[in-house]
Ligand binder design. Sequence first.
Ligand SMILES: [Zn+2]
Length: 118
Amino acid sequence: MIIEKEFVFDAAHFLPYVPQNHKCRRLHGHTYRVTLGIEGEVDEKGWIIDFAAISEAMKPLFQKIDHNLLNAVEDLDNPTAENIARWIFENGKKVLPLIAFVIVQEGASSRAVYPGRQ
Ligand SMILES: [Zn+2]
């Protein structure tokens, strides 16, 4: 079974490796929507994990990036949606081993999916 939990955070970033005249090279911000996919067995209580426990476990991680400059966050110097998704997966996995995938939505219409296969 898979359950999903959504998180929203705001952050600034710029992309250091795009051409000088690319708009993403300039400092700007986004409201990011993150979907965490949690995969596991449904237990005798009828759930995989308490949704509130997911929020609680992920809180310190999202505090690191919310209202922050993503480029200044450790291991996130090139904060594309793809790299943010991988960063959330890899760091989230340490506190929530059941994370199966991470989707990062940047703005209204662009998303990166990190399926967590390694
Ligand atoms: Zn951007």
